[in-house]
Design a protein around this ligand. Structure first.
Ligand SMILES: C[S@@+](CC[C@H](N)C(=O)[O-])C[C@H]1O[C@@H](n2cnc3c(N)ncnc32)[C@H](O)[C@@H]1O
Length: 194
């Protein structure tokens, strides 16, 4: 069901995000993400993974390196975003069952995804597995608020976490919180694997 909604949304996702209200919130979110990304130490040879790439909004903020892989479990999202970024690698895959070797990536971005994942432990386990030691993740959550509820009305099943709940989960999955930004709709984290 959820994948069908994303497939439908993929055609007009970028236009919908240009309405003044979305634009206002997204600008605020991008500012927070840029701050966290500016704290990263990424070389040309780094392997970077973007989870739930959608139409490439968070991807466009990530540092460029020789190897950037983006995944999404919605074929239409992958197809459309790949057409606009022919030089990058896109794979249709589930963020909770990543088709990559252990300890492979130097940076993982998980922006705007966690609230759609039924069992966040599966997501954090797999991120931990494919991320190299001492390397970083940009991770966001959308806590409960009226706009999150609006997404629920639009047909999405949502699994919102609070700041405290997600920080406890980071701790139990072997991550340290390095920095955190609160935007109007999200908590955004820079975390590293111990
Ligand atoms: C809010 S959208 C796009 C987020 C994107 N990172 C951005 O900044 O615009 C979330 C995306 O996550 C994808 N998604 C949802 N559940 C997923 C899963 N289990 N595995 C991979 N992608 C998933 C959806 O298809 C959708 O494209």
């Amino acid at each position: 069901m959820s994948q069908k909604i994303w497939a439908l949304k993929s055609g007009f996702y970028q236009i919908a995000r240009k309405n003044p209200l979305s634009y206002f919130f997204l600008t605020n979110e991008r500012k927070g993400l840029k701050k966290l990304i500016s704290e990263l130490d990424i070389s040309n040879h780094s392997a970077i993974l973007d989870l739930g790439v959608g139409r490439g909004n968070s991807l466009s903020l990530l540092p460029r390196s020789e190897q950037i892989i983006s995944i999404d479990n919605c074929f239409d999202m992958v197809f459309r975003t790949r057409q606009e970024n022919p030089d990058l690698l896109f794979i249709q895959a589930d963020a909770c069952a990543l088709p990559f070797a252990d300890n492979y990536f130097d940076l993982i971005s998980c922006v705007g995804l966690s609230e759609y994942i039924q069992d966040i432990n599966n997501l954090l386990n797999d991120i931990n597995r494919v991320l190299a030691r001492k390397k970083s993740v940009i991770f966001t959550i959308s806590p409960k608020n009226p706009l999150t509820f609006l997404r629920f009305l639009l047909g999405h099943k949502l699994y919102p976490y609070s700041d405290r709940e997600i920080c406890n989960l980071f701790e139990s999955h072997n991550f340290i919180v390095v920095d955190k930004v609160k935007t109007m709709l999200q908590f955004q984290y820079l975390i590293t694997k111990k």
